[in-house]
Design a protein around this ligand. Sequence first.
Ligand SMILES: Nc1ncnc2c1ncn2[C@@H]1O[C@H](COP(=O)(O)OP(=O)(O)OP(=O)(O)O)[C@@H](O)[C@H]1O
Length: 624
Amino acid sequence: MEKKQFQAESKRLLEMMVNSIYSQKEIFLRELISNASDAIDKMYYRSLTDDSLEFEQEKYAVFIEANKDARTLTLKDTGIGMTKAELEANLGTIAKSGSLAFKKENEIKDGHDIIGQFGVGFYAAFMVADKVSVLSRSVDSEEAFRWESDGTDGYTIEPAEKNEVGTEITLHLKENGDEESFDDYLEEYRLKQIIKKYSDFIRYPIKMNVTVSKPNEENEDEYTEFQEEQTINSMVPIWRKNKSELTDDDYEQFYQDKRYGFDKPLEHIHVAVDGAVRYNAILFIPESTPFDYYSKEFEKGLELYANGVLIMEKSAELVPDYFSFVKGMVDSEDLSLNISREMLQHDRQLQLIAKNIKSKIKSQLKTMMKKEPEKYETFYKAFGRQLKFGVYNDFGANKDDLQDLLMFYSSTEKKLVSLTDYVSRMKEDQTQIYYATGESIDRIAKLPQTEMVAEQGYEILYFTEDVDEFAIKMLRSYSEKEFTSVSSSDLKLNDENKEEEETQPEHTEMFTKMKEILSGKVKDVRASKRLKTHPVFLAADGEITLEMEKVLQAMPDNQHVKAEKVLELNSNHEVFKSLQHAFDTDEEKLSLYTNLLYSQALLIEGLPLEDPVEFTKDMCKVMI
Ligand SMILES: Nc1ncnc2c1ncn2[C@@H]1O[C@H](COP(=O)(O)OP(=O)(O)OP(=O)(O)O)[C@@H](O)[C@H]1O
């Protein structure tokens, strides 16, 4: 038997291959199955031009057999096989792909399923085996040959016996190490798991003997175990089926089989694109927020298939952060894969697909919002927060894409409403979109500053999430209407009180005195334009609102950003008269009242009291 040497470069390449190209050893099986599938495909293509060959679908399959005693794993296929010359050329030269050559020779361009292109996948076998034996008989030959190699020191080829056309690859598994058990690849459950994960949608059946147990006929409590040949893969990728053939249940089943989530999908999007880039995708919007969704552990991404073979479990590039809740898969034959089929470096095709997917998700959500408002509300309750982060993040780069998808609770409608809806209901004289912030809907409804705006018949959007106001600050306006907080100093209301306020300069002295009492705590003290029944309210001048201060203070890198607080007083309130009286007669009382009112204003805003003990003492003083 003649022994041939790998070329020096090939030897090094093989070492590199075995040790570093793939991040997971289990993919050896994917590569060998893909080769087997390619070999069967080649039979199919051959039958198209060769009348002596008939392609009977049921004759074609891949068989996997584990032998625990011999510690071997064998893959048999009924594909096209290899001649001696082909064994030598394809398996003796690394980076020579017989499959790529076949595609070129047969001018197979569109819609092909042939997977191989680099001529390296086969060698992945050496990650788990220290000897690989390939017995093959080509469709063009009466003879069979056995190719054998230990992966480091060349290979041998000798004549062998094989009755059927096809290839049989036997892996002699490596010895188990301290950290790694190669015996794993002889276990039925593990093999099934790997096949399902990567090769579930290979078009030909992948068969394996599987242990099944059935209750005995005489005694149903006793079971007998036996071996049964089963097809492990699903074969037909649901995404290649016609949408009209599929029901909601089919999609739901797929969602569950793929373990995209423990819940049900709220919505599915089935895409088949055949344009500048060709791809199929099934995308899901889950029904509920995954428990780790808003944590660092959550990893976004879609499954990426090339020609039906899984190449990446979570391709993050396929979905923008603000749609990170979307689950599902993309299959394309146009991807320019790199050699390991694991990483795609900023592939242009991938970017095109991502762009396309983004707009599909957006338009599906918009349609849902319009046509199925209840469903949209369920979605929004689970993931609306993420959309708002999307508006805010990246300096608002995506705000135009997302603004139409936002919803907030409305003071008049008592439910979530879109910004479009709000604007369509705006009063004729209304120039701004009013909002109020607070911890909960109930608390906001009771805020003094919402009273006047609401009384004048304006709709107010309630912001209860920390991100709300930040997102809105990024938007600034919607439909050319500016967002304005009901706490803001430039509230453009139909202002009846304004005149009154301006004609009361006599309060200036008292306000100056009160400002002195609250020195360092407030920027200003003034008469309010917006209070009706409440005596006092804490407003904020400038960009930072009180809610924003609260959020910023709670952040780990708290920059001690503070809002510029202004104490607003209701000059029509009885309390105001008491204040005036104290100002005229009793300096100590004015100080007591001022501090008490300031503390009340803090409490209403949900801000902590600076000195609760002092506050209770002050309360007692009033009571005695
Ligand atoms: N089971 C098989 N039956 C017939 N030919 C095979 C089989 N396995 C491998 N070959 C031949 O060997 C060649 C090299 O296989 P290998 O897996 O290394 O690369 P590939 O499949 O061409 O490309 P890739 O690295 O992209 O998978 C194949 O192109 C094919 O011609």
